[in-house]
Design a protein around this ligand. Structure first.
Ligand SMILES: Cc1ncc(COP(=O)(O)O)c(C=O)c1O
Length: 410
């Protein structure tokens, strides 16, 4: 008899834990990829599903880590982090987003990537019965932790009709009363939408009126192009009174595996986050924090990355449009989000985006990420593997040839 059945917490399903036969989206994609590669071993997968940069961190950042890693003074637990990193983060916010009222000691604490930060924040704010308002589709960590803590999640759909912004007027009054957290993310994964100052101001107003803490997930905030300037939630009047922003070095500096992020904004929330963090981890390795400072001091790393993504999007969007996709170039992130095709040839119908995505993998070895949370959409990422512009052009040409053969219906 396995007594662990009785030990697993209800938040993970209790006795039912591990027994669900439901297969999750990303597992389905993995299985479809494995099936396709074993059927067509000589055809490389065109992977436009990836959610992380295809190139490594900047050489000077790697050198900084190598130098710092061996220094005895960096060996200690760093707890809630080193002031030097907080100061560099404050300077970064000023240079990139023109925010000047951030005290590195009171308004900033680092995180071991933004994922755990987004998990810790509900621990600071959610009691059983409380509500988190979250945009959907979206990055679900804050919502998952809200549920773990006995709270519930009210999803605000991001639809084309609403220009991929949440409609606050559609949130029922009783939900607003119970809401403690508003989670937003711009530039948005997966829709690629970017925020405006007006939108952020409406967020501040809504949060003040309903006494809700705003968590702005700014993982892609600096990954922008085509004249759109990086925009911080904290740059609008009153934002610091109602919320915080979570910045990450993962996407802007090609440092996903390094695990470096920081939370900035409202002193009370930052301090509560510090308490949970202090009781959970012992801080990122100081050498990584110092390499992070090297990254934050070199904005040209992000500029180069954005130029690459922008030129890749120019190729990708043109190709998708030629096939019949309704595709617009986003102004931020490395994702474009397009309505999923409805079928292929004369006899295949897709009931949802997941079926369309699976069809693309199995029949053309093209990997995308499907989203069915607010209508059927596919997410194409420009972080596919290719070195140099000529190679990028070849990938997109090959993508077009493969898609053309499928005779997709829209
Ligand atoms: C919207 C969003 N937020 C946060 C993260 C987590 O980033 P990290 O934990 O690497 O900082 C991701 C990663 O894909 C993301 O897409």
């Amino acid at each position: 008899m396995d007594f662990f059945e009785d030990l697993i917490a209800e938040r993970l399903g209790g006795k039912s834990f591990g027994k669900s036969t439901e297969i999750y989206k990303f597992e389905k994609i993995k299985r479809a990829k494995a099936e396709a590669t074993s059927k067509y071993p000589d055809t490389p997968i065109l992977d436009l599903g990836v959610g992380e940069p295809d190139i490594p961190a900047d050489a000077a950042v790697v050198r900084a880590l190598a130098e710092e890693a061996g220094k005895p003074e960096n060996r200690w637990y760093s707890d809630n982090g080193i002031l030097q990193f907080q100061e560099a983060a404050a300077t970064y916010l000023e240079k990139v987003y023109q925010i000047s009222d951030i005290d590195p000691k009171k308004n900033i604490i680092h995180g071991i990537g933004s994922k755990p930060v987004l998990a810790f924040l509900p621990i600071c704010l959610i009691n059983p019965g409380d509500v988190t308002l979250a945009t959907t589709p979206g990055y679900g960590v804050t919502s998952t932790y809200t549920r773990y803590l006995g709270g519930s999640v009210y999803n605000m759909p991001l639809t084309k009709k609403n220009d991929f912004f949440p409609d606050f007027s559609a949130v029922p009054e009783d939900i607003c009363r119970k809401a403690k957290i508003l989670y937003i993310n711009y530039p948005n994964n997966p829709t690629g939408q970017v925020a405006t100052k007006e939108f952020f101001s409406s967020v501040v107003q809504f949060a003040k009126a309903n006494k809700i803490a705003v968590i702005h997930d700014a993982a892609y905030a600096a990954v922008v192009f085509d004249g759109y300037k990086p925009l911080s939630f904290l740059s609008v009047d009153g934002a610091k009174d109602v919320g915080i922003e979570v910045h990450s070095l993962s996407k802007a500096f090609n440092m996903t595996g390094w695990r470096m992020a920081f939370v900035a904004g409202n002193e009370k929330i930052v301090s509560a986050y510090g308490t949970v963090k202090d009781n959970t981890d012992s801080g990122q390795f100081r050498a990584i924090q110092k390499a992070g400072i090297q990254a934050l001091n070199h904005l040209e790393i992000t500029d180069k990355t954005c130029e690459r993504y922008s030129r890749r999007f120019d190729l990708l969007i043109t190709a998708l449009k030629e096939i019949g996709f309704e595709a617009d170039k986003p102004k931020g992130t490395f994702y474009c989000y397009v309505p999923a095709p409805k079928g292929a040839g004369s006899d295949i119908t897709f009931n949802n985006a997941e079926e369309a995505s699976t069809f693309l993998i199995k029949n053309a070895l093209i990997s995308t990420v499907p989203w069915d949370d607010a209508g059927p959409f596919l997410r194409f990422s420009v972080t596919f593997n290719a070195t140099g512009y000529e190679a990028e052009k070849r990938v997109i040409e090959e993508l077009k040839v493969r898609l053309m053969k499928l005779d997709l219906k829209f």
